[in-house]
Unconditional design. Structure first.
Length: 107
């Protein structure tokens, strides 16, 4: 996995994943470093969410490299759209386990 040097930083009350863009994706990503909101104020939850958020970024970049721009754009929007739950990426811990497939998180 492309998860070599990872930092989780708190911006205000929300944790962010801060990661350098791998060389492989520099042709499709102008930024040198990406900041991805983990939509949580819990450090424990942020550590759980970070690998999934990074995997979603990798999927989007891979789609862009393959020339599938519409798919890449939808993958890049997925973390923002998942704020209403249905995936543990935005549910509070430890309740996220019971959230899978349910609309149990508050917007």
């Amino acid at each position: 996995m492309h998860f070599l040097h990872t930092e989780i930083k708190k911006r205000g009350n929300i944790y962010q994943l801060v990661q350098r863009v791998p060389r492989r994706y520099q042709p499709v990503e102008a930024r040198e470093t990406v900041w991805i909101s983990l939509h949580t104020d819990s450090e424990t939850a942020a550590k759980v969410k970070a690998p999934l958020a990074w995997a979603q970024m990798i999927e989007a970049w891979e789609a862009r490299l393959a020339g599938d721009s519409p798919d890449a754009e939808s993958r890049l929007k997925r973390p923002k759209n998942s704020r209403r739950c249905g995936a543990f990426a935005t549910c509070p811990l430890p309740a996220w386990q019971s959230c899978l497939g349910k609309n149990c998180c508050s917007a």
